[in-house]
Design a binder for this molecule. Sequence first.
Ligand SMILES: NC(=O)c1ccc[n+]([C@@H]2O[C@H](COP(=O)([O-])OP(=O)(O)OC[C@H]3O[C@@H](n4cnc5c(N)ncnc54)[C@H](OP(=O)(O)O)[C@@H]3O)[C@@H](O)[C@H]2O)c1
Length: 327
Amino acid sequence: MSVTTAWGIVGLGNIAGKFASDLALVPGTRLRAVASRDVHKARSFSEEFGAEQAYGSYAALFADPEVEVVYIASPHSFHREHTLAALQAGKHVLCEKPMGINSREVKQVLDLAGKKGLFLMEALWSRFNPSIREVYQLVRTGDLGPLSYLRADFAFPALDRDPLGRLLNPALAGGSLLDIGIYPVFLAYLLLGVPGDFKVLAHFHGSGVEKQIALLFDYPEAIAVLYSGFSSRSEMKAEISCRDGSIFLSPRWHRAESYTVEREGEMSHIELPLKGSGYTYEIEEVQSCLKEGKVQSDLWSWEDSRALHDLLDKIRQSAGIAFPGES
Ligand SMILES: NC(=O)c1ccc[n+]([C@@H]2O[C@H](COP(=O)([O-])OP(=O)(O)OC[C@H]3O[C@@H](n4cnc5c(N)ncnc54)[C@H](OP(=O)(O)O)[C@@H]3O)[C@@H](O)[C@H]2O)c1
């Protein structure tokens, strides 16, 4: 690796701009290139965020010998294809969540990264959020007694969005579960692991995508109550309830800037304001892994992505969520 890591971004939509702003806040990075299917869009993005090169195809960016690591910000149904292409070109990859639309796709990209000896990580940015990291450590110490009840949700109204856009379009693997439901499922997985069993209830939109989903995860000594949906707004305060006290991740919990611990009626509130929009932490993790020559992160490993997507597959199967072209 060079002293400054040269990043490329493909898929210049909503999240790509926020990511590019945060990239500029992380020392040791430079935005070498951006790529869109539309070269005019790539040029205007590049002017706004100070990229050195603007490409009108993703293939051109993958072929740029100076790009070291690519951030994939395309819709879900293209993550596999774009990640495989970047890895084939010898690039390290940070791929937006979900890393694939099912565990078979996730396995394919992980296998190629392993074969090529390249870094690959699913951009589950909440894993690197400072409040969530502290809460994870607090639960692990067992200081509050065993965790027995977890509640987390993620919802916003989106049913009036473009039916061809990525949220409501089955061809782009739309629906709430892979887009935002992945966060509550992630939190339960992080703090409690893979559930022994689960119950699911899903409602569907006219386009065929799942529009709201409720999950009950069953653990030997705990229950997690999870929800995501596109039909309303939810509070998005996560509750982590242990025998001797509770922890509350402040709204919106997946990008929390504080949390509260309640123990025997005493409340302590811990403020941890985000640097930038909060994508800085996953970028720092990539930078640190590359510096150490690692191909995966210890905080969100390949095994974590595998386990999460195995679980999401089972949930989708039980709820009857399928995408076109999937066997
Ligand atoms: N971590 C987070 O907080 C967060 C937040 C939002 C989204 N995300 C994730 O980021 C990814 C992108 O989400 P987004 O909200 O940025 O989506 P978006 O605004 O729709 O942008 C997606 C981009 O993908 C590219 N693309 C390539 N092939 C496409 C196709 N056939 N149809 C449509 N777009 C295509 C387009 O870029 P070009 O036109 O430039 O080629 C498009 O602008 C998703 O995986 C999503 O889950 C993460």
